[in-house]
Design a protein around this ligand. Structure first.
Ligand SMILES: [Zn+2]
Length: 91
């Protein structure tokens, strides 16, 4: 379990919401990522995403050259491998 306080938009803690700006939809996905310049390989940052913003959030990170790995909301990942940059792939 991770702390969602820094991710939320002031909403109900029992209802994780999408991390996309101005989106209040319920999150269904974890966009796991890290910045290889400042994060070690075992560091995982997580954005939450609704169905609509899953690809836009992962694409946003991927275009910056960050490793991105999308997983289901109830499937936390331990690490984001460098090779996992093929964002936008279907489930
Ligand atoms: Zn959204």
């Amino acid at each position: 379990m991770i702390g969602l306080g820094s991710l939320g938009l002031g909403g109900d803690p029992d209802r994780p919401t999408c991390s996309s700006a101005a989106c209040r939809a319920a999150a269904s996905w974890r966009v796991n990522w890290r910045n290889p310049r400042i994060h070690t390989a075992d560091r995982v940052k997580v954005w939450l995403a609704c169905d609509e913003h899953r690809s836009s959030l992962s694409d946003y990170l991927a275009t910056r050259g960050f490793p991105v790995l999308v997983s289901a909301l109830d499937e936390p990942v331990d690490a984001v491998p460098d090779a996992a940059t093929s964002a936008g792939a279907g489930s």
